[in-house]
Design a protein around this ligand. Structure first.
Ligand code: DNO
Length: 342
């Protein structure tokens, strides 16, 4: 297991110097920002992340994310050009030493929350989600931190309507088409692809979502058994469905998990939850159970603390503050060390 930390590049207020001060963290998870989705990343920009990270004693072995162009998800004839660019990006990041690429196959919207300033009685803030609130929002006017918004304003309406006509089966077949082209390159260059589950794991605004839980993973691995076909095991995304048994899934797929996002959430009703610090007792996610299941079943991947609360007077925001994620990294490292040394 290698403990990592997300780094949004030079504009990130949480500098590499700060990240290198979080003792268990040995590497950053980052991406080339500012290149339109579907284009090839200039190698110098990839190498620049690696050099900057290494100058702080950190590795750069995980990319989150190389975003997938909407034409690929829609299955348009233009997809082949974008798939070629994707393959080239895999070759380039691999050349810079990257071993794992996180991506998602969520149409139009990436992760969704309805409250970025959910107040806790302690004075901390976190992210929260309420499906009823979401339905009141205008899907054409939503933006969240870290989203890769590949479309232009005018295109969004057309995209949303087009996706509303796509079935889950169509979308799944488009994912299979994409992966059957990309996985051979991933294998050749030694990169493990790690699909991020849908967050939240249900359809939104009439748009299909297909990576929601066990059945979807089984279907994906049956279609494409290559070991380069893996999961980003995000406990917060998968765990938003209270019926999902995270400990069982962690055990079942441990070897298919090159990358784990570990975080906490508390269910407050149907389709309703708020996030919390990483501690196992702080919410409904059995973090200890997940770590145990991973370590006992051959997990050998990267871990990162995921969304934390805003604490110690930090401005509430997108879940990517410094302190709570730093505490999370230390806590998670402790759990892994404890399990591994038992
Ligand atoms: C949110 C993140 C996601 C994730 C992408 C991966 O906090 O987990 O934005 O990076 O879905 O492609």
């Amino acid at each position: 297991m290698k403990m990592t930390f997300r780094y949004y590049g030079e504009g990130d207020p949480i500098s590499l110097s700060y990240i290198s001060q979080i003792q268990p963290v040995t590497g950053v998870v980052s991406a080339v920002y500012g290149v339109p989705v579907g284009e090839v990343w200039p190698y110098e920009k990839i190498a620049a992340i690696k050099e900057a990270a290494e100058s702080h004693g950190l590795e750069f072995e995980v990319v989150e994310s190389i975003p997938v162009h909407e034409d690929i998800k829609m299955g348009l004839p233009t997809r082949d050009t974008y798939i070629e660019a994707y393959k080239e990006n895999l070759r380039r990041v691999a050349k810079a030493g990257v071993k794992c690429v996180c991506y998602n196959f969520m149409p139009v919207f990436d992760w969704l929350r309805t409250n970025l300033k959910y107040p806790h009685s302690s004075g901390a803030y976190s992210l929260a989600y309420d499906h009823e609130e979401l339905l009141k929002l205008d899907p054409l006017n939503l933006h969240l931190p870290g989203w890769d918004e590949s479309y232009e304003a005018g295109q969004l309406q057309a995209l949303v309507s087009a996706y509303q006509k796509l079935t889950e089966e169509d979308l799944f077949q488009n994912l299979v088409y994409f992966l059957s082209n990309v996985l051979p390159v991933a294998e050749e260059v030694g990169v493990r692809m790690a699909i991020h589950p849908d967050d939240p794991p249900w359809g939104v605004f009439g748009i299909p979502r297909i990576i929601k839980g066990e059945e979807d993973f089984d279907r994906l691995f049956t279609a494409l058994p290559s070991m380069a076909n893996g999961i980003t095991f995000c406990t917060g995304s998968l765990g938003a469905n209270p019926k999902t048994d995270l400990v069982k899934l962690a055990a079942k797929y441990a070897k298919r998990i090159p990358f784990a996002h570990l975080r906490q959430l508390t269910h407050t009703g149907e389709g309703k939850f708020y996030e919390n610090g990483h501690l196992s007792g702080a919410g409904n996610v059995d973090i200890i159970g997940v770590v145990r299941a991973l370590t006992e079943n051959g997990f050998d991947g990267y871990v990162r603390p995921d969304h934390g609360r805003s604490v110690f007077g930090e401005a509430p925001g997108g879940g990517y503050g410094l302190y709570d994620r730093a505490m999370g990294a230390c806590y998670l490292q402790g759990l892994f060390e404890g399990m591994e040394r038992r």
